[in-house]
Ligand binder design. Structure first.
Ligand code: SRM
Ligand code: SF4
Length: 542
């Protein structure tokens, strides 16, 4: 590569196949490929601590650093520069496989946020993960506690989602936690960063589901592994689904990968798949670089064959479970008996997934006091406290934390999911979390809603808040009011999750977010589509 003026060791080309290298170096390749070719983001795994120390000592400032290091490559270390909203400040995204944390890890995260006062907060993400708003100097602390922020952004595998009630669910076929951890460790080299799998053409989402509920949302993951019992052998393994994703240009549910994996094939299969994606995925158009495009280009059979070749073994074809009943996806919020006699889990609603430093400490204390010192996050941005003995349930429900994070919240609050939105996100077209909470508060005051309605807010068409998953989806979009451009939303309707998922379809566009317009629109929809009724007006005093 020297003749091309490329420093091979420094670039992100080292592990790519010859063909993939040529495509990455092609003049038609994207500016992100050029940035990676100049210097791979993996260098930030070493550079980040040194840079942070120099900045703290006043020897340099973020303005003096290479622009691509600050705005692009630091994402390999999980640090996202907020140049547009808060220049010089970063958001840090972690990896929390299967969404599980201990009270010690929670306290550490609370301690990291606390110095930032009112500016410090963290969000439970739509990948059951944690994203710290305004934090640095925590990478070593994370590592000491078995966590990492490395490989959480840009062209890497995102947080691996599993079942939030893994190991305690009376209906699960398999505990997803060991698989999520083993896979995360293999992909990230135990959190230290894995140069061989860090230069993918685009991000990859992997979800592992344990039951017919599909709590990991396999249908919207690039790779979805759905637990299933092979009706012939009785063995529990996974049917593979491929290619589900959302983006500005295309939103698509996954298709069958026509593959059945035994549990011990999961890690080697995913590693081989990532290598196939790395070496064959498109690098000339980021809008056509997600896994679905490669699967479509190769065809499902050839894609499986390419993985088999790397694994050196033939894989079985997908199996068909013989269910003759209809399975209603369960709501994990509330109090539920576990598979273990005498123990319960408490599912608490974290409004819009936002947590302050004090919430992390209170949650850690609650996990120690009522449960076994662990918690799980859900892709709906809520929290589960497992292993609570029956005699502690009353005290748990009376705890002030669970007044703020209700175990039995309202039917709109419980179903609320929101992306980061304009408060912090540079791509946002509208504010989401705060607005979504205000809208829910007002609608719950006005209406009796007979069942949970899953309302998903997303600040732009990237759909991090998964508008297409909600019963009602709201997506930041342009609108006009009295002929003037104003903040607005598109409304989506009809998303289904669980055994037979469907994506919500666009119902209306150009709706101004002004409360005088949006609130009545949503009120009407809740009444006409979801059986809501206006609350009786309080009787006036005689
Ligand atoms: Fe996302 C980019 C936040 C889940 C699709 N996403 C972003 C960025 C990094 C904006 C940017 O590029 O600067 C956002 C940072 C916000 C901030 O500053 O706080 C951002 N995404 C999030 C989170 C935090 C939303 C949330 O509040 O939960 C979620 C973090 C998950 C995690 O823990 O890793 C998050 N993003 C998603 C999801 C949902 C999911 O994974 O199920 C999607 C849609 C599903 C998908 O990817 O197929 C999603 N985010 C995107 C995209 C569009 C990807 C594409 O192929 O085009 C972008 C933009 C991009 O990558 O070019 C994006
Ligand atoms: Fe930001 Fe858009 Fe993602 Fe919301 S959907 S977090 S606004 S990129």
């Amino acid at each position: 590569m020297a003749e091309l003026g490329i420093d091979f060791e420094r670039s992100g080309l080292k592990y790519l196949s010859n063909d993939a290298r040529l495509r990455a170096l092609d003049r038609k390749s994207t500016k992100f490929e050029k940035t990676k070719n100049e210097k791979c983001g993996s260098h930030m795994w070493n550079d980040v601590s040194e840079l942070a120390a120099l900045i703290r000592e006043g020897k340099t400032s973020w303005q003096d650093l290479d622009l691509d290091d600050v705005d692009v490559r630091l994402k390999w270390a999980g640090l996202f520069h907020r140049r547009k909203r808060t220049p010089g400040r970063f958001m840090m995204r972690l990896k929390v496989p299967n969404g599980e944390l201990t009270s010690e890890q929670l306290r550490f995260l609370g301690d990291c946020i606390a110095p930032y006062g009112e500016d410090g907060c963290a969000d439970i993400t739509t990948r059951a993960n944690i994203q710290l708003e305004d934090a640095d100097r925590i990478i070593e602390g994370l590592r000491q506690r078995g966590l990492t922020s490395f490989m959480s952004g840009m062209d890497n595998v995102r947080n691996i989602t599993g079942s939030p009630i893994a190991g305690i669910d009376p209906h699960e076929l398999v505990d997803t936690r060991p698989l999520c951890h083993a896979l995360n460790d293999a992909i990230t080299s135990q959190g230290a960063g894995n140069a061989a799998l860090t230069n993918l053409p685009r991000k990859i989402n992997i979800g592992i589901s344990s039951s017919r509920d599909d709590f990991a949302h396999c249908h919207i993951n690039d790779v979805g592994l759905k637990a299933v019992r092979d009706p012939e052998s009785g063995e529990v393994g996974f049917n593979v689904e491929l290619g589900g994703y959302f983006s500005i240009k295309r939103n698509v549910m996954s298709i069958s990968g026509d593959t059945f994996l035994t549990q011990d094939q999961v890690v080697p299969y995913c590693l081989a798949l990532l290598e196939v994606f790395r070496d064959h995925g498109a690098r000339d158009d980021r809008q056509k670089a997600r896994l679905m495009w490669l699967v479509e280009a190769m065809g499902v059979d050839a894609f499986r064959a390419a993985i088999e070749q790397r694994m050196g073994q033939t894989l079985r074809r997908e199996v068909h479970a013989a269910y003759d009943d209809v399975w209603e996806r369960r709501d994990v919020l509330g109090i539920h008996p576990q598979a273990q006699e005498g123990l319960f889990w408490a599912g608490a609603c974290v409004p819009a997934g936002r947590m302050l430093a004090s919430d992390f400490h209170a949650l850690a204390d609650a996990a120690d006091a009522y449960g076994d010192g662990s918690v799980r996050f859900t892709v709906e941005e809520n929290v589960i406290l497992p292993n609570v003995p029956q005699e502690r349930l009353a005290a748990l429900q009376a705890d002030p934390l669970f007044q703020r994070f209700p175990v039995h919240g309202g039917n709109l609050l419980r179903g609320l999911v929101s992306c980061t939105g304009a408060q912090f996100c540079p791509l946002a077209l509208v504010e989401t979390k705060n607005r979504a909470l205000e809208v829910v508060r007002k609608l719950e005051a006005e209406l009796d809603v007979p069942r949970m309605v899953r309302m998903h807010w997303t600040g732009c068409p990237n759909s991090c808040g998964q508008a297409q998953v909600g019963d009602i989806g709201l997506m930041g979009a342009p609108a006009k009011l009295d002929g003037k451009a104003v903040e607005g939303v598109k409304i989506f309707l009809g998303g289904k999750i669980g055994e037979n998922p469907e994506l919500a379809k666009e119902f209306e566009r150009g709706i101004p977010v002004d409360e005088s317009i949006l609130l009545p629109r949503l009120r009407d929809l809740l009444i006409s589509e979801f059986g809501a009724t206006p609350k009786a007006a309080p009787a006036s005093a005689a």
